[in-house]
Ligand binder design. Structure first.
Ligand code: ADP
Ligand code: MG
Length: 238
């Protein structure tokens, strides 16, 4: 399903977190949002998810205007660090949450939860509570929860940041596999890690000071950075 942000501006009081932001992500496409801390990456993602309301502009999913819809009615899989697991629910119930909300049959919920926990290497943790898990384990459960509802749009905000190198490589492999197995999925992937963006994204959008600076296919962006900012950002140790 296509994801469109049209001239989206988000103010938090006097802070302008996103300014006149335009982005269109096609079904089957993965776009990485790359940029320094505070450049508005998470705000752009939260606007699509419905966690923040644009001051101006529209959000469209599959062509439909969802700007006024609450998050739960957007049918999106979201992994946003600030929106952690439900602390009072066991791991399996966290992963089952969206499936139950969609009134899926019990047998299907059980099967799907098992598959998802297996995928992220957490099959034996279903009865634990989030507080009994490490940060990295919680993050893996959050990914399982996002994918459980088989979303046609997946929003990931630094999803691998809490993981060690080996797990990060494993989960990157799982996300690549997901793209092959669910080819119609559109993914918006926020990261400060260039290697993740290169491994996963069809196009990379570079952000600075609440604005989109450049957007281009990854190889093109590296071969011929369209702006001095992008050249220095990609060249730096980000
Ligand atoms: P990034 O994800 O690129 O690090 P953010 O989108 O989180 O950037 O933040 C962009 C700007 O908006 C920053 O200046 C940040 O301090 C500000 N901001 C983000 N969320 C809030 C909020 N809930 N209240 C006030 N300011 C916010
Ligand atoms: Mg952020």
């Amino acid at each position: 399903m296509t994801v469109q942000l049209e001239d989206v501006t988000v103010h938090f009081g006097r802070t302008c977190a996103l300014e006149g932001f335009d982005l269109s992500v096609a079904a089957r496409e993965t776009v990485a949002l790359l940029g320094p801390s505070g450049s508005g990456k998470s705000t752009a993602l939260k606007a699509v998810a419905g966690f923040v309301r644009p001051t101006r502009g529209r959000i469209r999913l599959g062509g439909n205007d969802v700007t006024d819809l609450p998050p739960a009615r957007r049918g999106i899989g979201v992994v946003v660090q600030q929106y952690a697991l439900f602390p009072h629910l066991r791991v399996a119930d966290n992963v089952a949450f969206g499936l139950r909300a969609a009134r899926k049959p019990k047998a299907e919920v059980t099967r799907r939860v098992g598959e998802m926990l297996e995928m992220v290497g957490m099959a034996s943790y279903g009865r634990r509570f989030p507080r009994e898990l490490s940060g990295g384990q919680q993050q893996r459960v959050a990914i399982a929860r996002a994918l459980a509802i088989q979303p046609s749009v997946l929003l990931l905000d630094e999803p691998l940041a809490a993981l060690d190198a080996q797990l990060r490589a494993d989960m990157l492999g799982e996300l690549q596999k997901l793209r092959r197995e669910v080819p119609e999925i559109a993914i918006v992937y926020v990261t400060h890690d260039q290697s993740e963006a290169l491994a996963l994204a069809d196009r990379i959008a570079v952000m600075r000071d609440a604005r989109l600076v450049d957007i281009a296919p990854a190889a093109e962006l590296y071969a011929a950075p369209p702006s001095a900012f992008t050249a220095s950002f990609l060249g730096g140790a980000n």
